[in-house]
Design a protein around this ligand. Structure first.
Ligand code: HXC
Length: 517
């Protein structure tokens, strides 16, 4: 018994037609612009020969506008599984070359099947978004089809990592599927993401704007905070996906891919002693500290361009994958504002659901003072950081490098907010508020009567700092576990982390907490 030639030929004919997608001309057009086709993106994502497609023979079921006579190969989305660095990953890739990558019923079913598979198998899912949006000919059915995708994005949230690449248009409500995922990577030149485009905005509000201003990768990376990474092109987007996956577990039941170093003793790093300027008011770049703490200086910064007053990202210490959260003294003096709070809280919650220990590096003078901040709700947004840290059960290690003042000290994960270990450098200043602010309140009359107000204020501030902000005071009250030389930080964190890897912390059962949104 063998398959007849006719049957075998029929399969090959159909397969070839489906694999052609939108055809050579459209593919050539893409290549001329330095872009990949939908299929090429998956080829770049997966190790060679590992992609297994499902739904190659899918066809649309649109029955209006003469569509019943049209063929839409794969129904404009390629779906399946494959391997990245030896680990299984599910993916879908919308094919703009076929019906503009528009999403109808079968297209949606293919994406949903991919997401369902990712949930069942416990594997990450990567989605390449490149689509004209809801297939107009399918009407409200296409909206329902989007709803099915959104619903699953939410079910998968916190179960498996979801990564979205925005590699073309992603318009209207369609943008909400990526927005529901963990990380968004957007290609610099050819991607746009928006709810209402410039034309709609002008028609409805009279405001004049450009796509560059509201929907470009640049705008989303630096202003709206909707995306996490800008990619130079499709190949770069895939490179970012690979790097991101190298830090993430496949699902919430697994540990991240630690590369545990069997050697428990890590040498001191004297270079760390020189990174902090002697003058407490002189800023330093916290990324230099992170680079010295992370193995091989390998740090993957997340949302580098948005709310740069806080720095978040992934690295390893002694082989253990960690999430770094650090105040950045070079931007807004490292204060916490609304955007920084949102950015940090979301990152902390991601690390917590995916079992990634947190390293918190503190040099924070407080929350950013200002009318706009107060009126836009810094209380509600700052509370997200408190909420995120206090509800995180992963190992949490806090290093107070310099200032740790007021509510911001708590918001950066002090011991009382659940840090498992708090280390301080001798340069640490831990107090209810900054010395200058404190003396202005405590010695108002004294300062008013002083001959040289400035000199007196400086004298009193120095006194206050020495007396009340000293880390030895906090260590004496056990708010700080130990005061260490900066050079000992990496070895100290590495040992602490190793001792905390088996940490288990249980909380009372509940549906979910009510994080201030
Ligand atoms: C059906 C579509 C389509 C759509 C594009 N096409 N979008 N078909 N439904 N939504 C088809 C085009 O008819 C064309 O088919 C092919 O895809 C390529 O489109 P072009 O317009 O030629 O490409 P380009 O010039 O590059 O412009 C891309 C575009 C434009 C800017 C995305 O196509 C566009 O504006 N499309 C409509 C966008 C939109 O309004 N979508 C609905 C949004 S509402 P042929 O056969 O000529 O090659 C939405 C709601 C989701 O999505 C809500 C979820 C809750």
């Amino acid at each position: 018994m063998a398959i007849s030639k006719a049957l075998a030929d029929e399969l090959e004919k159909r397969r070839t037609a489906a694999l052609e997608g939108g055809g050579k001309e459209k593919a050539d057009g893409r290549h001329a612009k330095g872009r990949m086709t939908a299929r090429e993106r998956l080829e770049a994502l997966y190790s060679e020969g590992t992609f297994q497609e499902f739904g190659l023979h899918a066809q649309h079921n649109t029955r209006h506008f003469g569509m019943e006579k049209k063929s839409i190969p794969t129904d404009a989305v390629i779906t399946g599984t494959g391997f990245v660095d030896g680990r299984p990953v599910a993916a879908f890739s919308q094919d703009f070359g076929v019906a503009g990558g528009s999403l109808g019923d079968i297209h949606s079913k293919k994406i949903c099947h991919t997401l369902d598979h990712a949930a069942k198998a416990g594997v990450p899912v990567v989605g390449f978004n490149d689509s004209g949006g809801a297939r107009i000919q399918e009407g409200v059915g296409a909206l329902a089809a989007y709803g099915q995708v959104f619903y699953r994005n939410v079910q998968l949230s916190g179960v498996v990592p979801q990564i979205s690449v925005i590699a073309g248009p992603c318009a209207g409500g369609a943008a909400y599927s990526p927005a529901l995922t963990d990380f968004l990577i957007m290609t610099r030149e050819h991607a746009q993401m928006f709810i209402c485009g410039p034309e709609v905005i002008r028609a409805v509000t009279g405001q004049v704007t450009t796509m560059e201003e509201i929907g470009s990768a640049e705008a989303h990376a630096s202003v709206s905070g909707n995306i996490h990474f800008i990619a130079e092109d499709d190949a770069d987007a895939v490179r970012i996906v690979h790097r991101l996956l190298s830090f993430l577990p496949s699902n919430n039941m697994m540990d991240p891919p630690h590369h545990i170093d069997p050697n428990l003793s890590i040498a001191d790093d004297p270079a760390l002693d020189d990174l902090i300027p002697e003058n407490p008011k002189t800023p330093f770049d916290c990324r230099e500290v992170i680079a010295r703490l992370a193995d091989d200086g390998d740090f993957m910064e997340v949302m580098a361009r948005f709310a740069a007053n806080i720095v978040v990202g992934f690295g390893r210490i002694g082989g253990v994958v960690v999430g770094f959260v650090s105040n950045q003294p070079t931007v807004k003096a490292g204060t916490l504002d609304i955007d920084a709070s949102d950015k940090a809280a979301r990152f902390v919650r991601f690390c917590n659901v995916f079992n990634i220990p947190l390293i918190n590096l503190v040099d924070v003078p407080g929350f950013l003072p200002g009318i706009t901040e107060e009126r836009r709700g810094i209380i509600r947004h700052g509370a997200k950081m408190l909420f995120a840290y206090a509800s995180a059960t992963v190992p949490k290690i806090t290093v107070i490098m310099r200032k740790a003042y007021g509510g911001a000290y708590l918001a950066m994960c002090s011991q009382d907010m659940g840090a498992d270990r708090v280390l301080a450098w001798p340069s640490a200043e831990i107090a209810v508020m900054g010395a200058e602010g404190a003396v202005n309140i405590l010695y108002r009359k004294d300062l008013a009567a002083a001959e040289d107000r400035h000199a007196r204020a400086t004298e009193l501030a120095d006194e206050y700092r020495a007396q009340f902000a000293s880390p030895y005071l906090s260590a004496g009250m056990l708010f700080v576990s130990d005061i260490i030389q900066p050079r000992q930080t990496r070895s100290s964190i590495a040992l602490t982390l190793r001792g905390l890897l088996s940490k288990r912390e249980t909380r009372p059962p509940k549906k979910h907490g009510n994080i201030p949104l």
